[in-house]
Design a protein around this ligand. Structure first.
Ligand SMILES: [Zn+2]
Length: 195
């Protein structure tokens, strides 16, 4: 399959973005690859919650150690190990719960700020849109041919690489708002949030 570039109207230098990125000759330089690569999955963890989870993991390891020590302990040693076990159990539980709360709060804030995508499901929409994107190496533009996502999907204008990621997110977002994998209504303006 070939697609004509909306800028130069030829298919001489066009190929799928995915093919360009996988090209073993590596004709795309590093910054360009960064602009065209698939957006990263939204971070499900906030840095704060990651720290708490790591600490919970460490106390969890201590908990296990004291559990095995307890199995072999006797007398006063048993009492000490049992106390340590309870303390570690408490710490692990508190840290894990705190990590979960911090993570939930971070996600809520991100949603409030209009961040998108915030969930894995939303990210898969972005990924689907990304997979059907084309580029023209001569014009250094990305584009979506007519019917790229669905038969009635309108062809996009040439998109400068710098605007490519915004366009992906916006198209996927409109798809979600439309309740499924429907064509985006027109081309979203880059940089301005959709109404
Ligand atoms: Zn072109």
């Amino acid at each position: 399959m070939t697609a004509a570039c909306p800028s130069c109207s030829t298919a001489d230098h066009t190929l799928l973005v995915t093919a360009a990125l996988n090209d073993p000759r590596g004709e795309l330089d590093r910054p360009t690859r960064g602009l065209l690569d698939v957006p990263r999955e939204p971070k499900s963890l906030s840095p704060g919650s990651t720290v708490l989870y790591v600490l919970a993991g460490l106390t969890g390891a201590l908990l296990l150690t004291s559990f095995f020590a307890l199995l072999q302990a006797e007398g006063q040693e048993f009492a000490n190990d049992a106390t340590a076990l309870v303390v570690y159990l408490l710490f692990t539980t508190v840290l894990a719960v705190a990590g979960w709360l911090v993570r939930r709060e971070a996600r809520r804030r991100r949603l409030e700020q209009g961040g998108w995508p915030v969930s894995y499901e939303q990210w898969t929409l972005v990924h689907k849109v990304w997979r059907v994107a084309w580029l023209c190496r001569a014009c250094r533009v990305a584009f979506f041919p007519l019917g790229a996502l669905r038969p009635d999907f309108p062809a996009s204008p040439p998109l400068r690489y710098e605007h490519f990621q915004d366009w992906l997110n916006e198209t996927a977002r409109q798809t979600e708002l439309a309740g499924g994998f429907l064509p985006a209504a027109g081309t979203p303006a880059t940089g301005t949030p959709a109404a």
